[in-house]
Design a protein around this ligand. Structure first.
Ligand code: 5AD
Ligand code: SF4
Length: 468
C-alpha cells in the first residue's frame, strides 16, 4: 500500500531524471480468456496512457471488450482538471458497483490516472468505496502486470508520489492504425495557480530525442500517416536535459522522418519561439494548426494565474504566427470566473477573442482544485454570473468559428478520413490539415486515407464536403 501525498507531489528537488528501459517478462497466459473494459476521461495524455494500459493488460492475457457488463476487469482512467471530472467518475463507479454486487462478484475494479494521485480522492475511495480493488497512479502504470498478478482480496492502493522518471520500451495498443500519439515530454513545472497537473503528473521531464525519433520512424514504417507529439508543455521540450535538442530542432527532425502529418499539443505561449514558427512555416508536413491557450485576457488575472505573459505579449505572438504560417488555424483554452475576476477583466478576455477571431476554443468556468494556490483565494463572484460570462463568451467564439469556417466553402482540402459518421452511415468524417472536422458521402474503404474534399457548407463546429 502506497498512498498519494500532495506535499511530495509539489516538491521539485531537481533530481536528475532516471531513464528506465523496461524489460520485464510476465506470464502471457496469467489472465488468459479474461476480458478488460477501459473507460478514459480527460485529455490526449490520458487517451494515450489508456493505450499503454491496454498493452499491459493484453501482455498478461486479457482481451478487450466494449461492454462493461461483460468484463472481468474494469479500468477507470480518470481526469482531475475540473470538479465535473470527479462527478463523472463517481457516477460511473456506481454502475460498476451495481454489476459487481448483482451479477459479477469477481469483477476487478481499478482506478488510475490523475484522480488517483489526489489525496482526498483516495481517502474517499478507502472510506466509501471498499468494493474498488486497485488504485494506481500516473507514475506506476508500468507496474500494472505485477499489481494484478500479485492481487489479493484486500483493496490495494499503489500510488507513488514523486517527481517522476522516463520509461522507455513502453508498449502501446494503439486505437488507430493511421494516427498515433507520441509522448515527448511528461509533467509540468509551470505551476499555474489554478492547475492540478504539476501535482498529478510530476516534474517536467523530456524523453531523449533519439528514443522519440526511433518511435516515429517505426510508426512511419508501419504505415502511420499522422503523428501528434504530446506533452503538457510540449514546446518546453528539451529544456530539462543538457545538450538536448530544442523543440524546434526536434520538430524539424521528426518532420524529416517523412511522416505525412505532424501535429503537437499543448504549447505554452511562454515557450513559443520564433525558431518554432519558422520550422512550422517551412515544412509542409507540419500541420498549420496551433492550439495556443490564452486562459485570460486580463493582465491582472494572468499574473494571478502565474501565466508568465501579458495580453500584449500574447497578441504579438498570435499575430506573428498568423502572419508567418500560411492559412494557419489557431484554437485556444479560456477560463472565466477566476477568483474575483471583474467585469473589466472579463471584457479584456473578450477583447483578445475579438482580436484573435479564434477558429475554436475550449472554454471553462474556473474550478477550484484542492492543494493549488488559487483554491485558497477568496472569490466574490457568484456562479450565475460565471455561467452568464461563459455563455456570452461561447456565443462570441461560435460566431468566429462560423466566420472562419465559411472561408473554406468552395475550396478543396486534403482530409484524413477517420471513420463512419455516427448519425448518417452513408457519410464518413475526417480532418483537414487545419483540424477542421469534415463530413462527406463516402464508404468504409476511405478510412485511413487522405483524400481531396471540396467544402460545400460550413457550420460552427464542422464542414460539409464532397469528395473530388
Ligand atoms: N478550472 C477550470 N479550467 C481549468 N483548466 C485547467 N485547470 C482548470 C481549473 N482549475 C483548463 C485550462 C487548461 C485546460 C486543459 O483546462 O484552460 O488549458
Ligand atoms: Fe497546468 Fe499551466 Fe502546466 Fe498547463 S502550463 S499543465 S495549465 S500548470
Amino acid at each position: 500500500m502506497n498512498l498519494p501525498n500532495i506535499k511530495e507531489d509539489r516538491k521539485r528537488e531537481n533530481k536528475k531524471t532516471e531513464f528506465i528501459y523496461l524489460n520485464e517478462e510476465y506470464d502471457k497466459n496469467a489472465f488468459k480468456g479474461q476480458k478488460y473494459f477501459i473507460r478514459t476521461y480527460g485529455c490526449q495524455m490520458n487517451v494515450h496512457d489508456s493505450e499503454e494500459i491496454s498493452a499491459h493488460l493484453e501482455n498478461i492475457g486479457f482481451v478487450k471488450t466494449e461492454e462493461m457488463e461483460d468484463a472481468d476487469i474494469v479500468i477507470l482512467n480518470t481526469c482531475a482538471i475540473r470538479e465535473n471530472a470527479h462527478d463523472k467518475l463517481y457516477g460511473f463507479l456506481g454502475r460498476c458497483k451495481h454489476v459487481k454486487t448483482s451479477t459479477n462478484p469477481n469483477l476487478i475494479i481499478a482506478i488510475c490516472g490523475c484522480m488517483a494521485q489526489e489525496e482526498n480522492v483516495v481517502n474517499t475511495i478507502m472510506e466509501k468505496h471498499p468494493y474498488v480493488d486497485l488504485v494506481f497512479g500516473t507514475h506506476n502504470i508500468c507496474d500494472l502486470e505485477k499489481l494484478l498478478i500479485n492481487k489479493t482480496d484486500k483493496q490495494n492502493i499503489e500510488v507513488i508520489s514523486c517527481e517522476g522518471n522516463v520509461y522507455e520500451n513502453v508498449k502501446y495498443k494503439r486505437d488507430s492504425k493511421f494516427k498515433a500519439w507520441v509522448n515527448i515530454q511528461y509533467g509540468c513545472d509551470k505551476f499555474c495557480t489554478y492547475c492540478i497537473v504539476p501535482y498529478t503528473r510530476g516534474k517536467q521531464r523530456s524523453r531523449k530525442s533519439e528514443d522519440i525519433l526511433k518511435e516515429v520512424e517505426e510508426l512511419v514504417k508501419d504505415g502511420y500517416l499522422e503523428v501528434t507529439l504530446l506533452g503538457q508543455n510540449v514546446n518546453a521540450y528539451g529544456k530539462d536535459i543538457e545538450g538536448e535538442l530544442s523543440f524546434a530542432e526536434l520538430l524539424q527532425k521528426v518532420a524529416d522522418t517523412g511522416i505525412k502529418r505532424l501535429r503537437f499539443v499543448t504549447s505554452h505561449p511562454w515557450d513559443f519561439t520564433d525558431e518554432m514558427i519558422d520550422v512550422i512555416a517551412k515544412n509542409d508536413n507540419i500541420m498549420n494548426y496551433i492550439h495556443l491557450p490564452l486562459q485570460s485576457g486580463s493582465d491582472r488575472i494572468l499574473k494571478l494565474m502565474g501565466r508568465r505573459y501579458t495580453k500584449e505579449e500574447y497578441i504579438t505572438l498570435f499575430d506573428k504566427i498568423k502572419n508567418k504560417i500560411n492559412n494557419v488555424s489557431i484554437t485556444t483554452d479560456i477560463i472565466v470566473g477566476f477568483p474575483n475576476e471583474t467585469e473589466e477583466d472579463y471584457n479584456e478576455t473578450l477583447d483578445v477573442v475579438n482580436h484573435c477571431e479564434y477558429d475554436s476554443a475550449f472554454t471553462f468556468i474556473y474550478s477550484p482544485r484542492e492543494g493549488t494556490p488559487a483554491a485558497k483565494m477568496e472569490d466574490s463572484i457568484k456562479l450565475e454570473e460565471k455561467e452568464c460570462r461563459l455563455y456570452k463568451l461561447n456565443e462570441l467564439i461560435n460566431n468566429y468559428s462560423l466566420k472562419n469556417n465559411k472561408k473554406y466553402v468552395g475550396n478543396t482540402y486534403d482530409v484524413l478520413v477517420e471513420g463512419i459518421n455516427d448519425k448518417d452511415s452513408s457519410k464518413v468524417f475526417g480532418y483537414t490539415e487545419t483540424m477542421k472536422l469534415v463530413n462527406f458521402v463516402g464508404g468504409e474503404e476511405l478510412i485511413g486515407k487522405i483524400v481531396p474534399v471540396k467544402i460545400i457548407d460550413a457550420k460552427s463546429f464542422s464542414l460539409d464536403g464532397e469528395m473530388k
